[in-house]
Design a protein around this ligand. Structure first.
Ligand code: HSE
Length: 428
């Protein structure tokens, strides 16, 4: 029987979930997996969860070093989030010879290299299934199940909050109300700006790029656009055209460069990602031999995310478990300017004859062909009218340049939207 003594640092949503499941299922885990998991200590700055979970005083501390420096603890579970104190926790834990489990995508994305070089010296292990896709198996699948398959690309809906907001807006629920519901349900970040502006997804793209391709990226290498400029009208128009709008995290090796980006995109309704709604996440991985494979489920929330942490505790304790603490490769970055796609362009114009002609004229001057054009007055409460243009394939750089010219026109409102139409990647 393997004995694993753990310390949990951070008793927020996920930490409480881990505590609860382990309390209830300890005997079962022992029987099923031959691992005896003992929670030796929990740490939090507040005592409220300690009281709620009835944690004994002797098993609670407000000082993380009482866990990271406790000789009897083998594995430290960091669940506080953020990048400053969390880094201190992880560093202290590594320097004191502990294995690590974390759900902290921001920390892995911002300080992954530093953590890896510390781990390389200590020879200890790290597991981080909960950092991408919450409870759904992604990291473990890449590590254990598609071993011989070279990964070409991943495309995913990796932020439950944004997906919940977009799904709610398509049911005419206001952005703010949907965000508040996501906060109450416990899947929004403490700072929900990170969800909305796409940064949370960008952190996950960094983590997955390392895992899928062995490439070290920084968040700043990733073109990142959030969902704050998407309106219910965009969702309606997209639906009428046979598409859904989803915030995608994308990574692929293209022309020997790494193309990594986060942005809302139009995807066809027959794309498997199009039916991933509400707080659900899904990650579609495309690899040699297997072709496309999709992991789908709850990407956030207490018990789903806690279940990924607990699987990590069991996995990391197994003989032969290997974490990827090697240095990552470098690859040139594919620039968004070079992305060739069809685009969805929404501009709001003063509703006056001749204005639309001036718009199409500017697009023509930039050699942008129009596939479809719709003027949508429905549900419109302002004086201006939204015009939706689907372009034919062109480079982002060109379409964006045309957009800058359009923005200069007096009758164009200053909130245009330009997003690519992404195809379902299917390659064997
Ligand atoms: N805030 C994140 C989300 C939590 O909404 O998906 C899981 O990483």
């Amino acid at each position: 029987m393997k004995k694993v003594n753990i310390g949990i640092i951070g008793l927020g949503t996920i930490g409480s979930g881990v505590y609860k499941i382990l309390k209830e299922r300890k005997a079962e885990i022992k029987k099923l997996y031959n691992v005896d998991i003992n929670i030796l200590k929990c740490c939090d700055i507040s005592e409220s969860t300690k009281r709620k979970l009835k944690i004994a005083n002797s098993k609670f501390t407000k000082d993380f070093k009482k866990i990271t420096r406790d000789k009897d603890i083998h594995t430290v579970i960091e669940l506080i989030g953020g990048t400053s104190i969390a880094y201190k926790v992880l560093k202290d834990a590594i320097l004191n010879g502990k294995n690590l489990i974390t759900a902290n995508k921001a920390l892995l994305a911002e300080r992954g290299k530093d953590i890896n070089s510390l781990l390389n010296k200590s020879g200890k292990r790290i597991a981080y299934e909960a950092s991408v896709g919450g409870g759904i198996p992604v990291i473990g699948v890449i590590e254990d199940s598609i071993l011989i398959n070279k990964i070409f690309s991943f495309q995913g809906i990796m932020n439950g909050t944004c997906n919940y907001i977009l799904s709610s807006m398509s049911k005419k629920i206001e952005f703010k109300d949907a965000l508040n519901a996501a906060r109450r349900a416990g899947f929004a970040e403490a700072n929900s700006t990170l969800d909305i502006n796409g940064k949370d997804t960008a952190h996950k793209v960094v983590v997955l790029s390392k895992k899928c391709f062995g490439i070290d990226l920084k968040s700043k290498d990733i073109f990142t656009q959030g969902i704050d400029n998407i309106t219910s009208n965009d969702l309606d128009c997209a639906r009428n055209l046979g598409y859904k709008i989803k915030l995608l995290g994308i990574g692929r090796i293209f022309k020997n460069k790494i193309d990594a980006r986060v942005h809302p995109a139009l995807i066809r309704q027959d794309n498997p990602l199009a039916n991933v709604d509400n707080e659900f996440n899904a990650i579609l991985i495309n690899s040699k031999n297997l072709g496309p494979f999709m992991s789908y489920g709850y990407g956030a929330g207490m018990l789903p995310t806690a279940s990924a942490v607990i699987s990590d505790i069991i996995r990391i304790s197994r003989d032969g478990y290997k974490s990827d603490v090697h240095e990552g490769k470098k690859l040139a970055i594919f620039k968004i300017d070079d992305l060739e796609r069809k685009f969805y362009l929404r501009i709001e114009l003063e509703d006056k004859s001749g204005n639309l002609g001036k718009i199409t004229n500017i697009l023509g001057k930039h050699k942008i062909s129009i596939d479809k054009i719709i003027q949508n007055n429905e549900n419109n409460k302002t004086k201006s009218v939204p015009v939706i243009i689907l372009t034919k394939k062109n480079r982002f750089k060109i379409v964006n340049k045309a957009l800058s010219a359009l923005k200069k026109l007096k009758f164009v409102a200053n909130n245009p939207l330009l997003i690519p139409i992404e195809d379902f990647i299917w390659k064997k």
